[in-house]
Ligand binder design. Structure first.
Ligand SMILES: Nc1ncnc2c1ncn2[C@@H]1O[C@H](COP(=O)(O)OP(=O)(O)OP(=O)(O)O)[C@@H](O)[C@H]1O
Length: 272
C-alpha cells in the first residue's frame, strides 16, 4: 500500500515479548498527522503491548519504530521521546500529597531545563490542558482524593501538556461517565484535526467507528485487518475475531455494532 500522507511514525514488523512469551507478531502500523488510528481487538490480543512498543517504553524484540524524520525510537533517550510522543497508559502511579496541577505539570518535564527553567509557555499550556479536560476547578486538590474518572482526566491533561505531535491513548474512556466519554472522544478528534497523529485503544467498536480514520484489528497478537472502519468492521471479521456472532449495520453517524444474544438463560431471580 502506498501512503501519500506524511507519516508521524511507522512501525514495521514489530514483535513484542514478555520474557520468552511472544505477544505481538510482526505488526506493521503507520500513524499519520491529522488521523485517528484505533487499535481494537479482544481482551489479551496485545493492543496495550503494541502501544507501549510504539513509545519504546517496552522495547520491541524485533522490527523497527521510526519517526517521520528518520530517527529510530530505539536510539532516543527518555526526554527526546517525551518531546515526540505522549502515552496515556491504562494504569498510572498514584502519587500521594501531589496536587492536580503538579501532576499535569509532569507533562512539561521534557520542555524544561534541568533546574525547571526554560519553559516560558509552560503555565499557559498547563492551564489550557486542564481547561480542555474539565479539571480547572480541581487544580489544588490532592490527586489521591479524586474519583477514577477525575483521575483519568488529570492524566489525559498531562499528556496534552506534553504538546507532542503523536498522542497514544490506551482505553481513555475507562472509568468515565457518558458525558466525559463523549468529551474525551471529542478532544481526541480535535487533537487529530489540529494535526496530531493519534493512536487509541478502544473496546467500544461503535466509538472506534465514529472517531477513527483508520482501524487496526489485532487478534492473538497479529494484525488481521487495517483500513477504514467500514472496511474492517464486517460481521464476518468481527464474529471470527471476538468468537461471538456480531451484527454490523450502517447508521447515520457511523456503524451500529452489536453482538447477538448468545442463548436464553433460565431466570436466576425467579423462585423455583
Ligand atoms: N507485564 C506482563 N508480563 C507478562 N505478560 C503480560 C504482561 N502484560 C500483559 N501480558 C500478557 O500479554 C498479553 C497481551 O496483553 P495486553 O495487555 O497487551 O492485551 P490487550 O489487548 O491490551 O488486552 P485488554 O483488552 O484486556 O486490555 C496477555 O496475554 C497478557 O496476559
Amino acid at each position: 500500500m502506498t501512503i501519500t500522507h506524511p507519516l508521524a511514525l511507522r512501525a514495521t514488523d514489530v514483535s513484542m515479548a514478555y520474557g520468552r512469551d511472544r505477544i505481538v507478531h510482526d505488526a506493521s502500523i503507520a500513524l499519520t498527522p491529522g488521523c485517528v488510528t484505533a487499535l481494537v481487538g479482544p481482551n489479551g490480543s496485545g493492543k496495550s503491548t503494541l502501544l507501549r512498543g510504539l513509545t519504546a517504553l517496552h522495547r520491541p524484540s524485533g522490527g523497527s519504530v521510526v519517526f517521520a524524520d528518520g530517527a529510530d525510537a530505539s536510539g532516543l533517550g527518555e526526554r527526546e521521546l517525551a518531546r515526540r510522543i505522549a502515552l496515556l497508559a491504562q494504569s498510572h502511579p498514584e502519587p500521594s500529597g501531589v496536587s492536580v496541577r503538579e501532576v499535569v505539570a509532569y507533562g512539561r518535564f521534557a520542555h524544561r531545563g534541568r533546574f525547571r527553567t526554560g519553559d516560558p509557555n509552560g503555565a499557559d499550556v498547563i492551564d489550557r490542558a486542564m481547561a480542555a479536560t474539565g479539571i480547572a476547578d480541581l487544580t489544588d486538590q490532592p490527586v489521591s482524593q479524586l474519583s477514577g474518572g477525575q483521575r483519568q482526566r488529570v492524566w489525559l491533561a498531562t499528556c496534552l501538556a506534553q504538546q507532542t505531535g503523536i498522542v497514544l491513548l490506551d482505553e481513555p474512556t475507562t472509568f468515565l461517565d457518558v458525558r466525559y466519554q463523549r468529551e474525551i472522544l471529542e478532544i481526541v478528534r480535535d487533537l487529530a484535526d489540529d494535526g496530531v497523529a493519534v493512536g487509541i485503544v478502544l473496546h467500544d467498536l461503535e466509538q472506534a467507528a465514529e472517531i477513527a480514520d483508520e482501524v487496526v484489528l489485532l487478534v492473538h497478537g497479529r494484525i488481521v485487518a487495517t483500513g477504514t472502519p467500514e472496511q474492517v468492521f464486517t460481521p464476518e471479521r468481527l464474529t471470527a475475531a471476538y468468537e461471538v456472532p456480531i451484527d454490523v449495520e450502517p447508521v447515520e453517524d457511523g456503524l451500529r455494532i452489536r453482538p447477538q444474544r448468545l442463548r436464553r438463560r433460565p431466570a436466576v431471580s425467579r423462585a423455583a
